[in-house]
Design a protein around this ligand. Structure first.
Ligand code: FES
Length: 203
């Protein structure tokens, strides 16, 4: 039986109009809920923080033989919780480093992120959580860490040393873009653990 009001040549019934309009409204309502949540979830991935350089001391504060601890701000605007210790020293010719350069080593363990400590007597970095041990240049010499300690870029400005963006290194201490704790670096791992887009290019 033809619906009331039907006429020959009609291509769309009122029922169909309501069905399409209902589906369109449902789609708009769904998008209004899903899109903001999606944007909220993935926006930080593409967030490119400005490069932040912080002065950590005068040139002659640092020597090649040992590290000096310095406190820097990693995350702005959250007070003490955003600060971290970084170990800084002058480059060592004995270690094939440029003596005019400065090395700034992160204290975040490359296993699960516990704070490591430089033990002067041993010349090693020790992690208190699971027994991770790193050598003088931050290379892994024991325990579960998956890569050497991260570093911060350094530069000399007005007879002082500044530290900048963090980066990671391979087991040969080659710089790569910063990774999170637990992520391997070098070789095929570069593809299996790609860096977040928000990380700075490696120096
Ligand atoms: S967090 Fe450092 S060894 Fe596990």
């Amino acid at each position: 039986m033809k619906p009331i009001g039907y006429f020959e040549g009609e291509s769309m019934t009122r029922r169909k109009v309501f069905a399409v309009a209902g589906q369109a409204l449902g789609g708009v309502a769904g998008a209004a809920v899903v899109l903001p949540a999606l944007g909220f979830a993935i926006a930080p991935i593409f967030d490119k923080p400005e490069e932040d350089w912080q002065r950590v001391g005068a040139l002659d504060d640092f020597v090649p033989e040992t590290y000096k601890p310095r406190v820097i701000t990693i995350v702005q605007g959250i007070g003490e919780a955003g600060k971290s210790t970084v170990y800084v020293r002058q480059g060592s010719a004995e270690l094939d480093e440029d003596p005019n350069s400065y090395v700034a080593v992160s204290t975040r363990c490359a296993h699960l992120g516990c704070p490591v400590r430089f033990v002067q007597a041993a010349g090693n970095f020790i992690c208190p959580c699971h027994g991770g041990v790193y050598g003088f240049q931050g290379e892994v010499i024991g325990g579960p860490p998956v890569r050497p300690l991260d570093r911060f870029q350094t530069r000399v400005v007005d007879d002082g040393v500044e530290v900048g963006p963090r980066y990671s290194v391979t087991s040969q201490l080659e710089p790569v873009r910063a990774r999170d704790p637990g992520e391997y670096t070098g070789g095929i791992w570069e593809y299996l653990y790609p860096p977040r887009p928000s990380t700075a290019p490696a120096p």
